[in-house]
Design a protein around this ligand. Structure first.
Ligand SMILES: [Zn+2]
Length: 648
């Protein structure tokens, strides 16, 4: 038994060495390099010096050895497969058995002095024995000292015809330009996970190992683009888990946080459940996982969801096919801006976690924030809803949303122009007022299976029958993350678009659930809409007051008062003296049932500054929105009364 084990240990060769490519065809993912080199060998157009650059473990040294072997192969080119070494002749065998004297490998990391290079220079003049070329492979060439570089340069300027230099480096920018300019440069690239998985599958089938695809993807990911590293992890995996690899077991053995945990977190976010967060973190701590590694993994997970959401495909996700599919399904549950904000939150959380003395608390806070994060609503959609509300108020009742009466009831409204992006999240879109329920002949869409919301007036007021308080949810639907999606959402042609539209179609506004003083908001919208008519009326009636009023701006509704900004004390005082008359005129023009409360307050004009900024801000949606929030009453109202916040 013990002798058998000893033999086994003696025979064991690490996989990376055992499966080192022996032909250019075996070189994984570097076809652009191997094809060019094979062509050069075939046509006999070889350079004196090559520079192979690229990350570690991607095949630079292997490529150099393959080139050295193929150049020196004694089998005639016509009998070889497009410049590949024959692997039969004496030269090829001496290379493969490591006894060739015509290949000299120097590690510049440890032989970086000028003396080392001088010694090399002296040897270079000696011709090769029984071969065409003597090949010098200088690994990590960027580690050479400046003096050594200069000594090397001398040799490169006038190389003996039998010498071929191959420099390998992970940091080509550190190599002197004078050296670079004398080399033919090849950039080796990182090896994609799928290619590493393919290679691992080949090795498994040769060795008789079994592994599920998720395991191989995990091993390939651990390699981080380097086949050599992935093969080391592969050896480690076989040592830990035996010759039959299963993902869950392997993830545990390698100390990797399994995908499932991240999906659990996004499930909790979707369901908006905070309670399980704490036991989740407890389990994470018990399993010995590293907080930062977990948060890093969560970033990657959210990134994958974003990719799946944006591309509608899992192809760009480095994962097994089943997991890619899972990402695609999971991604449909979130809106893109929400995924972006989650990523933002997580990356901020990662920063605080690094420096925090209480990482667990920070992690829990971050996760709870994610779960309680309010959902995004499309701004255009929001404005359309407001426009609809406006028309409803104007027409004196709340019509069923999809019926044509919605638009015909508001002759002053703009024509329907639905140029905005599709709604991010399906929401209940039908509104039925309490009075329209007995209607014997409801519009067809009301009969559709979309959820309908019945609006009941909160307070009955005889003189204001036209005002039906509308709840926030009835207007905008449930929060996007609450997961309430109608099974068959009704498509509703929006009756009209609001008078305020933005040049950027997809600017989103985050809306928290905060509905207040609906009555005055509606009065505000009406007043704002008819403000210029109101000014004209005052101009006709009392030109002096118009002169002052024209300097003011209707800003917002504050509780039960319309706030009007005046440029100075004089304007504010004089207009305040006239406010009863102004209020009744405004009520008349705007079709309000009774005169609104008006308050004039002082806000110095900032016109010149605004004009200056307009130019530079023109193309920045965030700036545009911010400016709108100051100058546009509708946006202002969204922010003040619906708790909207500008997110870009
Ligand atoms: Zn050969």
């Amino acid at each position: 038994m013990s002798s058998e084990k000893a033999t086994h240990e003696k025979d064991f060769i690490v996989t990376a060495r055992k499966y080192r490519p022996q032909t250019f065809g075996d070189l994984v993912s570097q076809a652009h390099v191997s094809e060019t080199l094979r062509n050069a060998i075939q046509s006999g157009r070889l350079a004196h010096a090559y520079l192979f650059s690229g990350p570690r473990g991607v095949g630079k040294t292997t490529g150099a050895r393959l080139l050295a072997k193929a150049i020196n192969c004694t089998t005639p080119l016509s009998e070889r497969d497009r410049g590949e070494a024959c692997r039969q002749c004496e030269s090829c065998r001496s290379f493969e058995e490591g006894r060739s004297l015509n290949i000299i490998e120097i590690d510049a990391a440890s032989n970086n002095s000028v003396d080392d290079i001088r010694a090399l220079r002296d040897k270079v003049i000696i011709p090769p024995q029984g071969a065409r070329k003597k090949v010098y492979i200088i690994d990590e060439v960027h580690m050479l000292s400046n003096a050594a570089f200069n000594a090397l340069l001398k040799t490169l300027e006038e190389p003996p015809p039998h010498a071929l230099f191959i420099f390998a480096t992970t940091e080509p920018h550190k190599v002197l330009p004078t050296i670079l300019s004398r080399c033919q440069r090849f950039d080796f690239k990182r090896i994609p996970v799928t290619d590493i998985v393919g290679r691992l599958k080949e090795i498994c089938s040769i060795e008789g190992f079994t592994a599920d695809e998720e395991s191989l993807v995990l091993i390939a990911q651990k390699g981080d683009g380097a086949l050599r590293d992935a093969l080391s992890v592969f050896d480690q995996s076989i040592a830990l888990c035996g010759t039959d690899l299963h993902y869950v077991e392997l993830a545990k053995a390698l100390g990797v946080i399994a995908n499932d945990l991240y999906f659990t977190i996004t499930d909790l976010i979707h369901q908006r459940e905070t309670a399980p967060i704490f036991s989740f973190v407890q389990d994470l701590v018990t399993s010995g996982a590293d907080y930062l590694e977990f948060v890093g993994g969560l970033s990657g997970h959210l990134r994958n969801l974003l990719v799946a959401h944006s591309t509608k495909s899992g192809a760009l996700i480095e994962a097994a096919e089943a997991v890619q599919q899972r990402y695609q399904e999971e991604a449909t549950r979130f809106a893109e801006p929400d995924l972006l904000r989650m990523l933002q939150l997580v990356s901020e959380g990662e920063q605080t976690l690094k420096t925090s003395a209480q990482p667990r608390l920070r992690l829990e806070m971050m996760l709870v924030k994610l779960v309680t994060m309010p959902a995004s609503v499309d701004l255009n959609q929001l404005l359309r809803h407001l426009g609809r509300l406006e028309s409803q108020i104007k027409s004196g009742h709340v019509p069923p949303a999809a019926s044509s009466s919605g638009s015909s009831a508001s002759p002053a409204s703009s024509p329907p122009t639905d140029g905005g992006p599709p709604a991010l999240v399906s929401k209940p879109t039908s509104y039925v007022s309490s009075r329209s329920i007995p209607n014997a002949d409801p519009p067809p869409t009301v009969a559709a299976p979309a959820p309908t919301t019945v609006l009941t007036p909160k307070v009955e007021r005889a003189q204001t029958t036209s005002r039906t308080p509308v709840s926030y949810e009835a207007l905008f639907g449930k929060p996007a993350l609450a997961g309430v999606t109608p099974a068959h959402p009704t498509k509703v042609q929006d009756p009209e678009t609001p008078s305020t539209t933005l040049s950027q179609p997809a600017v989103r506004i985050q809306v928290a659930e905060k509905a207040a003083q609906e009555d005055y908001n509606r009065i505000f919208f009406q007043a704002n809409k008819h403000w210029s008519d109101f000014l004209s009326r005052i101009k006709r009636g009392r030109i002096a007051i118009f002169g002052m009023l024209n300097q003011t701006r209707l800003e917002r509704a504050e509780r039960t008062t319309l706030m009007i900004a005046a440029p100075d004390v004089m304007h504010a005082d004089l207009l305040t003296q006239q406010r009863d008359w102004l209020a009744s005129e405004l009520a008349d023009v705007a079709g309000l049932s009774h005169p609104p409360n008006l308050t004039f307050y002082i806000q110095p004009a900032q016109q010149s500054e605004t004009a200056q900024k307009t130019e530079t801000e023109a193309n920045d949606p965030y700036q545009q929105l911010q400016r709108l929030s100051q100058t546009n009453a509708t946006v202002r109202a969204l922010i003040d009364h619906f708790g909207a916040e500008i997110v870009w």
